[in-house]
Design a protein around this ligand. Structure first.
Ligand SMILES: [Zn+2]
Length: 598
């Protein structure tokens, strides 16, 4: 069976409508339905008092109609009774602000010990109860795991509670082993920051864009990924200790670096990892969607997690995305693209638009009154077509990638901190802030993708810090956007790979800082190309390397190394491609040169 499904939340609809909804879901051609991932209060309405009547019934109806279920274990959001019992458990912002009680999701800090205990209990209860249910196909732990909040509702950074501080301390101790090493990496001999005891460790509360140590800032984000990964892995382990049969995974989205964890690491150890994607909400064209799908598939490449699309936009977005109407035919293209680019399961969000709550009226395949739409017609036809085309393991997907784009998380976080969000401060960074905002790394990666994307030909892989660190690089071409932070080992591996015949295309700021954000006295660019770096500048397009003996203008330098070559642009090449034209200099010829070299 090729999993082809939709979300439908029985707890949001009168019980007498369930039968009809599930029957119609099956009739539409779906074989999978997802629910319960955000409904802790449905099954534990009062602390310790469980009520599974609704969930029992919903699963039984699914089984009766031959529908399989992706069942959520709803620990991402705690019910209001949690804060009645534990008012001191609210997440804390860097300035001490407590997280709003009815604020955006998620509403809980995953380092909180009281939350963890209750979430573990809930997980055990659900798995024990439903592990043999005939409708069960997949388990989902958590939902879009992040530290609160997952969106831009506030610029506050969470969580700085005592449990998170303690977890950060334990993490740093395990990572560095000695205070000496920690002081070195965090560069504490600057502005009187030397730590003389592990207990001196604090979470970085200066805010995410102020003059906080860039090294601590980087580790704070690494810690967040590791902490989330540890917790999600722990929940998966609880599931597997009782049920070894049903695959367990979770979902997530691609977005701004201060909110999302490093997905390439979070998915390690899960059986499936699902992308939530809203192409119209993000006004993505075909290439834009392919970019997101290729990134997500690549996140799952190293581990054993299957690539899923857990939420594909099924209707009009709500107020936080572009509200462009989803007519129907566009869903066909989105769906085929997802399967072609390697998705092993796909679910739309959602069967019906909710009549209440923060997503009122959003995303439904059906109209609010339950009547059919053009979208439903399209999906019904697709169900047959998709099953016929993509059912076999060797389905009509695209050719294996010969090109990879590096998406370097450490570089991204460091670049973000140095830019900061747009704000009315004059100075050399102002143009960069205004023009490229908060997503420099992702935008640059998108420009690189634009350069090599060929419609319906082959997949494009994304590679990450750990791939460059490991050195196994089975590609003909590697594009390296935003190469600001590189370890010596990553650099040596890239050089070796070029010497064996690879083509490396890179841009300004190659290897200026090491993996911890310390400046190299001589950037690695000098070793790569045999040039002398003079200084860096900010332009309206991003960054400019000025090279000794070369004019202060944009250029591309090609150097042969062994059997391969490096094409280096001394400006933000990929961002310039993304933006379409340069205000600073005419780059059309330079971009053509790069294109022709592929
Ligand atoms: Zn916390």
């Amino acid at each position: 069976m090729l999993p082809f499904g939709v979300t439908f939340y029985p707890d949001q609809w009168p019980v007498e409508t369930w039968e009809e909804n599930f029957r119609n879901i099956k009739k539409a051609g779906f074989n999978l339905v997802r629910f319960n991932e955000m409904a802790w209060d449905w099954i534990e309405p009062e602390p310790g008092k469980f009520n599974f009547a609704g969930l029992d019934r919903a699963l039984d109806i699914c089984a009766k109609h031959g529908l399989k279920v992706l069942l959520g274990i709803p620990t991402s959001q705690v019910p209001p009774w949690f804060y009645r019992l534990y008012p001191a458990s609210r997440p804390v912002a860097q300035d001490g602000t407590l997280y709003p009680e009815f604020g955006p999701r998620p509403n809980v800090c995953k380092d909180n010990s009281r939350y963890r205990r209750l979430a573990e209990r809930l997980t055990k209860k659900l798995v024990a109860r439903y592990k043999n249910h005939p409708a069960l196909l997949y388990w989902q732990v958590d939902n879009e795991p992040v530290y609160p909040p997952l969106d831009h509702t506030t610029q506050n950074d969470y969580c700085h509670c005592e449990d998170s501080r303690r977890a950060f301390l334990v993490w740093a101790k395990a990572r560095y082993g000695s205070l000496k090493k920690l002081n070195e990496v965090w560069g504490t001999s600057f502005w009187t920051n030397h730590l003389s005891s592990w207990e001196d460790i604090r979470t970085p509360k200066a805010g995410i864009w102020e003059a906080v140590s860039p090294h601590i800032f980087l580790d704070w984000f690494r810690f967040k990924t590791d902490s989330l990964k540890g917790w999600i892995g722990h929940l998966a382990k609880i599931v597997r200790s009782t049920d070894q049969k049903h695959p367990v995974g979770t979902n997530g989205f691609i977005g701004i670096c201060t909110r999302v964890p490093d997905h390439s690491r979070l998915c390690e150890g899960l059986d499936w990892y699902g992308l939530d994607i809203y192409p119209k909400g993000g006004r993505m064209d075909e290439r834009g969607l392919a970019f997101m799908l290729d990134i997500w598939r690549s996140f799952t490449r190293a581990g054993k997690a299957e690539f899923h699309v857990t939420e594909m936009q099924g209707g009009q977005n709500v107020r936080w995305g572009c509200p462009d109407y989803v007519v129907g035919p566009e869903i066909k293209g989105w769906t085929k693209q997802a399967y072609e680019r390697g998705a092993k399961a796909l679910l739309y969000h959602a069967w019906r638009p909710p009549l209440f709550g923060a997503e009122t009226g959003g995303f439904g395949i059906l109209k609010a009154d339950g009547s059919p739409t053009k979208r439903l017609d399209v999906i019904k036809k697709l169900a047959k077509e998709v099953a016929a085309t993509f059912r076999s393991p060797k389905h009509g997907g695209l050719k294996t990638a010969s090109t990879a784009i590096a998406y370097l998380r450490s570089s991204e976080v460091q670049t973000y901190q140095e830019q900061g969000p747009p704000r009315g401060i004059a100075g050399q960074w102002e143009a960069v802030r205004t023009d490229i905002g908060l997503t420099h790394a992702l935008e640059s990666a998108s420009g690189a993708y634009q350069l090599v994307y060929k419609k319906n030909k082959e997949l494009i892989d994304f590679i990450f810090d750990q791939d460059l660190e490991g050195g196994k690089l089975p590609y003909k071409t590697i594009l390296l956007p935003n190469p600001y932070l590189l370890s010596r080992r990553q650099h040596e591996n890239l050089k070796k790979w070029v010497a064996t015949g690879g083509h490396l295309i890179t841009e300004a700021r190659y290897g200026q800082k090491d993996e911890n954000g310390h400046l190299y006295p001589q950037p690695l660019l000098e070793d790569l190309l045999g040039v002398t770096y003079d200084h860096g500048e900010i332009t309206e397009d991003g960054f400019l390397d000025v090279i000794a003996g070369k004019p202060r203008k944009y250029f591309i330098l090609v150097k042969k190394i062994g059997r391969g070559k490096v094409s280096y642009a001394n400006f933000s090449l990929f961002l310039t491609i993304r933006k379409g034209a340069s205000k600073w200099q005419n780059t059309a010829t330079l971009i053509r040169t790069i294109k022709n070299s592929l």
